[in-house]
Design a binder for this molecule. Structure first.
Ligand SMILES: NC(=O)c1ccc[n+]([C@@H]2O[C@H](COP(=O)([O-])OP(=O)(O)OC[C@H]3O[C@@H](n4cnc5c(N)ncnc54)[C@H](OP(=O)(O)O)[C@@H]3O)[C@@H](O)[C@H]2O)c1
Length: 242
């Protein structure tokens, strides 16, 4: 029987894309899965009903809402900090400063808040796993559009190391998984064949990852009880390029 059977995993942004695949991967291990979402209630409820999990709507940038989500969840053994504001979803008329705050509020503060409330529960149980989803953008020099996103992802690495240090005496691990291109439905629908070709040409292995294979790596990271404070890069060699 899997060590993960019966453990509770909370996946932020579990309603679609990588988060959905992560929910399915942990459900296959016999976990109780909490599918967090902010706006896509229908999508989250569909995922939850298919895997026998629970959908929970909560804007992770809202501290009180996050606290209420963790109170409702009871024990949380595994946290996957996956939710993000999509850097291509900036609304017209938003000032640079407001956009910066919005990205940091979800992508960084939200990850911190979920980690903080999760850590309390994991310490009490003397067992826990946190996996924070970062990106190759944590390393790449960012253009104007990606700057706040890249800064938030890079800061998640420091966040994870802090949780690793705080959690270690209690058997709690915290690691980052930093993917490159993931071929989610959203991403493939956004790119023209020419744009996709250009993206793939920048990847030494000449392909993107499927959500399922990234989700499997998330599970593998959580599976190790001896790896903590690390960054696992899964990018087809994208960071090998100059
Ligand atoms: N796709 C890629 O190529 C790629 C590459 C590298 C790294 N990543 C990372 O992988 C992770 C997943 O990426 P993805 O492409 O699957 O993302 P996505 O399709 O943009 O999905 C984002 C998820 O986050 C949720 N979300 C957004 N704002 C939220 C909030 N305030 N509170 C709670 N949930 C919120 C969304 O739910 P609602 O719809 O309900 O708002 C959705 O479920 C992200 O951390 C991303 O940075 C992705």
């Amino acid at each position: 029987m899997s060590e993960f059977q019966g453990k509770t995993v909370l996946v932020t942004g579990g309603s679609r894309g990588l988060g959905e695949a992560v929910c399915r991967r942990f459900a296959a291990e016999g976990c109780r899965v909490i599918v967090n979402y902010a706006h896509g209630r229908e999508a989250a409820e569909r995922v939850a009903s298919q895997i026998g999990g629970e959908a929970y709507g909560c804007d992770i940038a809202d501290e009180h809402a996050v606290e209420a989500m963790f109170d409702a969840a009871g024990q949380v053994d595994i946290l996957v900090n996956n939710a993000r504001i999509d850097p291509y979803k900036r609304t017209a008329g938003m000032s640079d400063g407001d956009w910066w705050d919005a990205v940091m509020a979800v992508n960084l503060k939200g990850s911190y808040l979920c980690g903080k409330f999760a850590l309390e529960r994991m310490k009490a149980a003397n067992w826990g796993r946190m996996v924070h989803i970062s990106s190759v953008w944590a390393y790449w020099p960012a253009n104007e559009r990606m700057l706040s996103y890249a800064a938030a992802k890079s800061a998640m690495h420091a966040l994870s190391r802090g949780f690793a240090s705080q959690g270690a005496p209690y058997g709690v691990t915290s690691n980052v998984l930093a993917p490159g291109l993931i071929l989610t439905d959203l991403l493939t629908s956004r790119l023209t064949p020419e744009m996709l070709e250009k993206e793939l040409n920048g990847i030494p292995l000449r392909r993107g990852a499927t959500p399922d294979e990234v989700a499997d790596s998330v599970f593998r990271v959580a599976e190790s009880g001896f790896m903590t404070g690390e960054i696992v890069n899964l990018n087809g060699g994208a960071c090998l390029l100059p």
